[in-house]
Design a protein around this ligand. Sequence first.
Ligand code: PLP
Length: 394
Amino acid sequence: MRRVYLDHSATTPVDPEVAAIMMTYYTEKYGNPSSVHGFGRETKQALEQARNQVAELIGAASREITFTSGGTEADNLAILGTAEALRKKGKHIITSCIEHHAVLETCEYLEKNGFDLTVIPVDEEGIISVDEVRKAIRPDTILITVMHANNEVGSIQPIAEIGKLAKEHGIVFHVDAVQSLGKIPINVEEMNVDLLTVSGHKIYGPKGVGALYVRKGVRIVPLIHGGGQERKRRSGTENMPGIIGFGKACELAGQRMADDAEKQIKLRDKLMNGIVERIEYVKVNGPVGEKRLPNNVNVSIRYVEGESLLLSLDMLGIAASSGSACTSGSLDPSHVLLGMGLIHEIAHGSLRFSLGRQNTEEDIDYVLEQLPKIVERLRMMSPLYDQVIHSKKA
Ligand SMILES: *Cc1c(COP(=O)(O)O)cnc(C)c1O
């Protein structure tokens, strides 16, 4: 059976070049970078090189990069670390309704512990308005945390403008850039970002490693205390193979970004337009064109359940998602689609396809051949669809 992986926003395969270099740090170059001997010095140097590779991809200085166990930890460190550092200054935090759970849940945890939270809405394309952020700012606002690109609908946010606003008001600005890293350019200077989250496994690096960019002069309180690694921001012996792999993945992403984007935009539009042409009662979710990530397709297919679609696709070897991977264990519709104004019923029949480097035209052809048949079969079993057909005939 053909197998087509279209869930790269959940995770990506590790690039063979990345896997190869990681292997050396398991079996040959295993020194602890804190050790003074040659084994340690060798890995310490590699650690700093990886830090450089990450920094370069986002326009930062390498000393501003703190390695973590992933995007989730970096989001927690940014938000909890800022709240703790600035709690005497103020208690108000601003975020948006389409954030990843790693941000939303962390903000809600703070809200339960005495902080005030304002959650900014989005428009029907899933984009935050800068004006809404401006209106939400209070004298006691200490943090604005907003994602760069959304993981479900691929909407790209006006980060530079929000950054400018945050800077004018002296508010710390955190951006979750896990989905945009390596797909569209990021520059922490141009975007006026103070804290920026990135993760390895969404860019053909390993799982369990990520980083937080912390602008020089911005203070955060660490979550993990111990040996004082990572300039005391994140104690614990460094995950060397992971960090080396993440660094390499960043280097490759920088080299391939333009090519990857060009190729994936073509496939994305072929898939999106193909679905709309072949299936009735379909709605495209998220923006079209420039404001959308090169690799994201999200559609609501009426009169079918997203979960049933996923299972049917899976039986044909096609891997997609019905929302974020974290929520797909539950049947709650996506908070992002609801935030964009979709009613429950429509949000339920939604599918996300996220493209990657290895996808081909043939992959898309296969999906476009199979999906309409699946939808037709499922709709035949839907009493609601039956009513629609009959009311049309009448
Ligand atoms: C995947 C993801 C995360 C979590 O990163 P992990 O490395 O899996 O912990 C955070 N934010 C966004 C937008 C993501 O897509």
